[in-house]
Design a protein around this ligand. Structure first.
Ligand code: ATP
Ligand code: MG
Length: 515
């Protein structure tokens, strides 16, 4: 009896020291029609550890999370949870066992409050009566623990992306999650929000919660995760401790070669007259007195913090939102588009930041999306010349390196990985006759290798004589591509940098200078 208890005690102590794998996937395979998204992948996650998953667009990262979440079933292989084999019947089943997955596209019900979202499917009731007050108080407490002080009853649609992520994390906490997986949580966050999220993730691990973290931002991956798994074409190619790899080695595992940003200097200094002139553009409280010009053949970068008004200016120029004061001229004639259609007809194309909302019709195929703005060009006597359309779509899809290669242009875009959807948005504008192209965060969610390819595409558009306005929060991208950079701060152009004066330090100084 005595020895029995002693033995049990010893076993427990040993258990604390040898790390327990909470989740273990062995030889897991997942096929979709025409693609093996995951091919015999082994993957284990330990309690209290942040484990990052990285890889190129379409490598299988989101698919892996969907299996863990019970949203998809493996075609082969085994999943063990807490030491025993499991089959998740549904996302709710996985959630009940302690697994919360936060997807690339957030999954809250927009018109419900944070409280209702947090308790969805596990509402508290007493004697058949919903305990709304108790749930609201519990929700507020969980949100407060994560540093989010909001009215839990207001619809989550009114919250920022960062706030909605915290609501999903609060949901995990209220449900006593033991594993939280996040799919590219930082892609749309400001630096400040990323820091806050990182703190919260650290706190989860101190509670013994396992965290799986998918991201294309390798600096963050290296800061947050202690273990990293690299997927390539559905296979696991490397797993190890973060301290074992530097960024270059990680990229080599991901892409199979060295990748570095190249400076793409303008072929020649553009001397021609501006194709777009913006004078004193104002719409309070979004932007004030914005003036700049674009010449054919140049790439003008627009830097600034998230919220500085860059996208608002772009959306106004694209005819999506109006402006209140100021004047714009396009090739010397007044320009004031009342719709995106009018902007396109006048020769201004806009590549939006939010591909899901503005950029793509998800149920359309790649071809349909890519040729949508230019369909008229493929028409003769009221008929679409299908072969021309197919040829055009295929050329554009190849130019952006759509995966899997060679690109299948008849695939519905909803079936593409997140980064490949972004490439379709870019491909769409390669075909237009636009004289001016406004890119808003064109490489967000795109892997490092494909980024370099997109940079080459953008430079070649300028070399063809198009004027490019490039909004990017990634400074190395602006420095690699832009001939000059406008820096926006609090809705105004705080300065313009070119040549020798153009450096990361100068851009940051202008972007954050005290007002
Ligand atoms: N519902 C689906 N139907 C068909 N194919 C799919 C579906 N979902 C994903 N795929 C395919 O599976 C592969 C892996 O996609 P997945 O979304 O896991 O990539 P990812 O690594 O998350 O990429 P990204 O970095 O672009 O988000 C891709 O080739 C994708 O097109
Ligand atoms: Mg993905």
């Amino acid at each position: 009896m005595q020895t029995d208890r002693k033995r049990r005690r010893e076993k427990q102590v040993a258990g604390v020291h040898c790390r327990v794998s909470l989740l273990a996937l062995s030889a897991v395979t997942k096929r979709y029609p025409g693609v093996t998204a995951l091919d015999a992948v082994d993957f284990t996650v330990e309690a209290g550890v942040v484990h990052a998953v990285v890889g190129e667009n379409g490598a299988g990262k989101s698919t892996l999370l969907k299996l863990v979440a019970g949203a998809e079933r493996p075609d082969a292989g085994e999943i063990r949870w807490d030491g025993a084999p499991v089959t998740f019947a549904s996302p709710r089943d996985a959630l009940r066992r302690g697994i919360t997955v936060i997807y690339q596209e957030l999954a809250l019900v927009p018109n419900l409050g944070a409280d209702a979202n947090i308790f969805l499917g596990m509402e508290r009731a007493h004697g058949g009566v919903l305990q709304a007050d108790a749930m609201r108080a519990a929700a507020a407490k969980a949100l407060g623990e994560l540093g989010l002080f909001i009215d839990p009853a207001q619809p989550v649609a009114r919250l920022s992306v960062a706030q909605r992520q915290l609501v999903e994390l609060a949901r995990a906490l209220v449900r006593d999650a033991r594993l939280v997986a996040l799919d590219e949580p930082t892609a749309t966050l400001t630096a400040h929000e990323v820091a806050h999220l990182a703190t919260q993730i650290d706190r989860l691990t101190t509670k013994g919660i396992a965290v799986v973290f998918v991201s294309h931002r390798l600096d963050e991956v290296r800061r947050l995760a202690s273990r990293i798994t690299v997927l390539r074409d559905g296979r696991r190619v490397w797993t190890g401790a973060t301290i074992e790899v530097d960024e270059a080695a990680l990229i080599r595992h991901m892409v199979g070669r060295d990748v570095a940003y190249q400076r793409h200097p303008a072929g020649r200094a553009p001397h021609s007259a501006p194709v777009l002139e913006v004078q004193g553009l104002t719409r309070s409280p979004a932007f004030y007195d914005v003036s700049f010009s674009l010449r054919p053949g140049e790439i003008v970068g627009m830097a600034g913090l998230v919220g500085a008004g860059r996208s608002e200016v772009a959306r106004a120029l694209a005819g999506i939102e109006p402006w209140a004061a100021g004047a714009v001229s396009l090739s010397g004639t007044p320009y004031r588009p009342r719709s995106p259609r009018e902007a396109i007809d006048r020769g201004l194309a806009y590549l939006p930041e939010d591909r899901q909302r503005d950029g793509l019709v998800l149920r359309f195929t790649v071809r349909e999306n890519v040729t949508l703005p230019v369909l008229r060009r493929f028409a003769a006597r009221g008929q679409i010349r299908r072969e021309d359309e197919i040829r055009g779509a295929r050329a554009a899809a190849t130019a952006v390196d759509l995966r899997p290669a060679p690109p299948d242009i008849e695939r519905p875009t909803v079936q593409l990985s997140g980064g490949n959807q972004q490439k379709v948005v870019v491909a769409k504008w390669l075909l237009t006759d636009a004289r001016i192209i406004v890119f808003d965060e064109p490489t967000r969610g795109v892997d490092v290798g494909a980024k370099v390819d997109l940079h080459r595409q953008i430079r070649s558009l300028a070399d063809l004589g198009k004027a490019v306005l490039l909004i990017s929060s990634e400074l190395p991208e602006l420095l690699a591509l832009a001939d000059r950079v406008l820096v926006m701060r609090a809705g105004r152009v705080a300065g313009e940098l070119a040549g020798e004066a153009l450096s990361a330090e100068r851009v940051m100084a202008l972007a954050v200078e005290a007002q």
